[in-house]
Design a protein around this ligand. Structure first.
Ligand code: NDP
Length: 444
């Protein structure tokens, strides 16, 4: 059995009931095989065994009182996966589906993504099975305060810097930051995605979606093409989806879909983003309402249907495993040429295989959505230096980072004989720096 296969077998044996983590580890380790074989010293140093084991997992109780005076209890998690190249960095997810397997898969992916940005940040992830949907503002605040009352002792501006993710936006970050500051009596960059009045960075809100479109644009350019006139299908209608839509439209594409976990809207005239922002960011409503407000738009129940819409470019921006083999085949049949993952692991392994075998340019999440965490690292730099950069300054840095990521994943794929395979390229390019640092640190 090869080194990679033996480590994968060990993961499954030692971590049963963690399918998402197995899936992420399988994708990453298989694609690293060429780099591992070229460096036999890694096996002797137990490098992969150490890489797949989080440095620390914190699991805790989050008690809070709802508006009816009833005590509620949720599970809280922080997985500090790897700090070889910098402090742990990665978002917090509040969603009822959250469990240890999902947080581990996200934390594991985060190691390579953060490395790819070229910035000094390690990998971590956290969250809770708390469902923010339908909760009052007061309930959200009490939950966030309770969550931070435990989390604060495990994080710090030079130790672990969480950020937002699904269900955690500016409001939640604000409540958690307020509680951290109150307990620790220090105003430091311990969370990113902060509001602009208390240490946040301009362009952080837009960064993941913008970055996704910047890297897709780089891929198009490499083929002598542009976004102008392209039809784009986007899933999700949260932070990533909204700003991916905005940038795609700015660069001349027509975005025709958006979705949420109930269904999707199709607007053949191109999505009116002001209406989406009003529904999702202001009213916190459902995407269904878009069709009621915009003439000519259609709403369809079931979020999977979004992939039956004909498009040149597909940008899955909702959640893991939302694009499966069947949907990938429909997209290919309908002529999709580029897929950029705004979400983390939205495409199943079988779906990815369909795209790659049909020569669709496939940009995996760890490269394509790295703009968010890269800009979080820029927020950390501004916090440490007590600086505040302009929107244009941050956006220009983001654009440069995304162009660099594309260059590096392209080069790594070519170096190991996998030209055009950006899954292999991203994993190897991200892995090399982390492996190097881990080797330098000795057996720790
Ligand atoms: P938001 O909470 O702002 O939006 C999530 C969107 O996805 C919503 O439209 C939501 O619909 C939909 N969604 C969530 N869960 C499901 C589900 N199980 N099935 C179908 N749709 C679902 O999150 P973000 O936009 O921040 O995150 C989206 C993805 O991007 C996630 O995978 C996240 O990890 C990834 N990401 C986010 C970054 C960021 O900076 N925010 C950075 C890098 C990656 P509904 O309202 O119905 O739940």
């Amino acid at each position: 059995m090869s080194y990679v296969e033996s480590v994968l077998a060990r993961i499954k044996e030692q971590n049963p009931n963690e399918p998402e983590f197995h899936q992420a580890a399988t994708e990453v380790l298989h694609s690293l095989e060429a780099a591992i074989n070229a460096n036999p010293q890694y096996e002797k140093a137990g490098l992969l065994e150490r890489l797949v084991e989080p440095e620390r997992i914190v699991m805790f109780r989050v008690p809070w009182v709802d508006d009816q005076g009833k005590v509620q209890v949720n599970k809280g998690y922080r997985v500090q996966f790897n700090s070889a190249i910098g402090p742990y960095k990665g978002g917090l997810r509040f969603h009822p589906s959250v469990n240890l397997s999902i947080i581990k898969f996200l934390g594991f992916e985060q190691i390579f993504k953060n490395s790819l940005t070229g910035l000094p940040i390690g990998g971590g992830k956290g969250g809770s099975n708390f469902d923010p949907k339908g909760k009052s503002d007061g309930e959200i605040m009490r939950f966030c305060q309770s969550f931070m009352t435990e989390l604060y002792r495990h994080i710090g501006a030079d130790t672990d810097v969480p950020a937002g993710d699904i269900g955690v936006g500016a409001r939640e970050i604000g409540y958690m930051f307020g509680q951290y500051k109150r307990i620790r009596n220090e105003h430091v960059g311990v969370l990113t995605g902060r509001g602009l009045s208390y240490g946040g960075s301009l362009a952080r809100k837009e960064a993941t979606g913008f970055g996704l479109v910047y890297i897709v644009d780089e891929a198009l350019k490499s083929k002598g093409d542009t976004l102008v006139g392209k039809t784009v299908a986007i899933s999700g209608s949260g932070n990533v989806a909204i700003y991916a839509c905005q940038k795609a439209q700015q660069l001349g594409a027509k975005v025709v879909t958006m979705s949420d976990s109930n269904g999707y809207v199709y607007d053949k005239n191109g999505i009116d983003l002001d209406v989406v922002k009003q529904i999702k960011e202001v009213e916190r409503g459902r995407i269904k309402e878009y069709a009621a407000r915009v003439k000519g738009a259609e709403y369809h129940e079931g979020c999977k249907g979004v992939w039956t819409v004909k498009c040149d470019i597909a940008l899955p921006c909702a959640t893991q495993n939302e694009l499966d083999e069947e949907s990938a085949k429909i997209l290919v049949k309908n002529g999709v040429k580029y897929v950029g993952e705004g979400a983390n692991m939205p495409t199943t392994l079988a779906g990815t295989e369909v795209f790659q075998s049909n020569k669709v340019v496939f940009l995996p999440g760890k490269a394509a959505n790295a703009g968010g965490v890269a800009t979080s690292a820029l927020e950390m730099a501004q916090s440490s230096g007590r600086l505040f950069w302009s929107f244009e300054e941050v956006d220009a840095k983001l654009k440069g980072i995304m162009a660099n990521i594309f260059k590096n994943i392209d080069a790594a794929a070519k170096k190991y004989g996998f030209e055009g395979n950006y899954v292999v390229g991203a994993n190897i390019a991200g892995f090399e720096k982390v492996a190097d640092a881990m080797m330098a640190h000795g057996i720790v």
